[in-house]
Write a protein that binds this ligand. Structure first.
Ligand SMILES: Cc1cc2nc3c(=O)[nH]c(=O)nc-3n(C[C@H](O)[C@H](O)[C@H](O)COP(=O)(O)OP(=O)(O)OC[C@H]3O[C@@H](n4cnc5c(N)ncnc54)[C@H](O)[C@@H]3O)c2cc1C
Length: 396
């Protein structure tokens, strides 16, 4: 097969979405994830057949070998529908777990957990945040994993474990080395099958009016003497935070790329509606100065967000995640804010239609309010970016 360049891939993805996924949106929005899960499975097989599967992975792992900046364009395109990333197997939290296990898994862990995940036969989740502790400062964790012979015994409570419902395994962050002098050396990541005894889903947590289901949900998990072989430790003991930093860096860039796709779709919906909606006998909504200002402001904000994300992605490619810490934090709060503004204007422009579930705007408005909270709240990223930026002034 001739190798496609990035522009061809984006065009192919756009066509795939228009023909296969956008027509399924209404069913998903009105009746939930499980109502479309079977047909999505067929679409996933089709995506494989069309050579679009896991585009971010190297060709040797069945992907398209895209760099982070090339993947940005594809991910943006996929973000235009809530179903895009899932159908090409690029969805969080699996994409982050694929990266984690690829980098740190043993041969056995790769065979059992990673390979079926890449093939899309199973799903996974990531359990770090706890209801009783600040997720913004995850060194404060109560979940423990104590050695018991050749096993770990895990005890604790997690919540907001996205997509745990129907997942086959979770990566859990638990304290294995409570005595470590460094607060960053106390926790480890452990691979836990979701059917391990002692692990239960307490509930799918209600979020913005619904509990969701399957992939589109967030669960509370309880670990009660949950026993897993110590071979399920991912990476070295006590290195959980180092691995989490590695996982969350590209993860934040992936979220920002997806949010730009959401902004573009919202922008299209706003402009299309404003250009057709007659609001007086001789004028359209798009004729109004205030709507023109929304269009211009949104366009400028989306363009600037995209350039910042590409800049951060390029820096990650050149200097790794740690070299791009400030840029990653900057885009995390900046793009999340633009996302809220663009969605809000689009909903306002559509009037009552904007708050219905006949477009994806209301779904995104409900579920992406959390963009300013998950993977680090705005405030933490602002503090972290400022700290990085001010460093070079320390020595003056
Ligand atoms: C939709 C969604 C999906 C999620 N998915 C996952 C998942 O899959 N796995 C997982 O482990 N976790 C997940 N989370 C959890 C998420 O990462 C945490 O909610 C986040 O880290 C914030 O932690 P917290 O909710 O405990 O808030 P807290 O840490 O209690 O903070 C509360 C608020 O205090 C403010 N704040 C915090 N620190 C500071 C500071 N230093 N200075 C000033 N203000 C501050 C912020 O405004 C913050 O929103 C998800 C959350 C949501 C909402």
């Amino acid at each position: 097969m001739t190798k496609l360049n990035e522009t061809d891939i984006v065009a192919k993805v756009r066509k795939f979405l228009a023909e296969n996924l956008i027509p399924l949106e209404e069913e998903f929005l009105l009746n939930g994830f499980l109502s479309v899960s079977e047909v999505l499975e067929e679409k996933r097989q089709l995506a494989k057949k069309e050579g679009l599967w896991t585009p971010y992975l190297p060709e040797s792992d069945g992907g398209l070998g895209l760099s982070l900046t090339q993947f940005a364009a594809v991910s943006e395109e996929l973000g235009r529908t809530p179903l895009g990333h899932y159908v090409l197997n690029c969805q969080a939290p699996d994409i982050g777990n694929i990266e984690l296990v690829s980098l740190h898994g043993t041969a056995d862990q790769k065979r059992v957990f990673l390979e079926p995940l890449i093939r899309g036969e199973i799903r996974s989740c990531f359990a770090m945040t706890e209801p009783e502790n600040p997720g913004s400062n995850p060194v404060l964790l109560d979940t423990s994993a104590e050695k018991d012979g050749d096993n770990y015994l895990i005890n604790g409570q997690k919540w907001f474990t996205s997509s745990a419902d129907g997942a086959s395994f979770t990566v859990v962050m638990a304290v294995t080395n409570p005595q470590s002098e460094s607060k960053y050396g106390r926790a480890s990541m452990i691979l836990v099958p979701m059917d391990a005894s002692g692990l239960e889903i307490v509930e799918n947590t209600p979020v913005m009016g619904g509990t969701g289901e399957g992939y589109a949900s967030h669960s509370e998990l309880r670990f009660t003497d949950c026993r897993v072989p110590s071979d399920n430790l991912l990476g070295p003991e006590g290195e959980g935070f180092r691995l989490a930093q590695e996982r969350l860096g590209p993860g934040r860039i992936h979220h920002c790329m997806r949010w730009i796709g959401i902004c573009e779709r919202a922008f299209d919906l706003m402009c299309r509606h404003a250009s057709r909606r007659r609001i007086t006998s001789d004028s359209l909504l798009a004729d109004q100065a205030i709507v023109r200002a929304w269009v211009a402001e949104s366009r400028a904000e989306i363009n600037s967000a995209r350039l910042m994300v590409l800049d951060a992605a390029e820096k990650v490619e050149r200097q790794g995640t740690s070299g791009a810490r400030a840029e990653i934090s900057l885009i995390k709060f900046y793009v999340a804010d633009i996302l809220q503004k663009v969605l809000d204007r689009a909903i306002q422009a559509l009037g009552a239609l904007g708050v219905t579930d006949y477009t994806p705007l209301a779904y995104w408005y409900r579920h992406e309010r959390a963009a300013r909270i998950y993977d680090g709240p705005d405030e933490v990223h602002k503090l972290s970016a400022a700290k990085q930026i001010l460093k070079k002034y320390d020595s003056e």
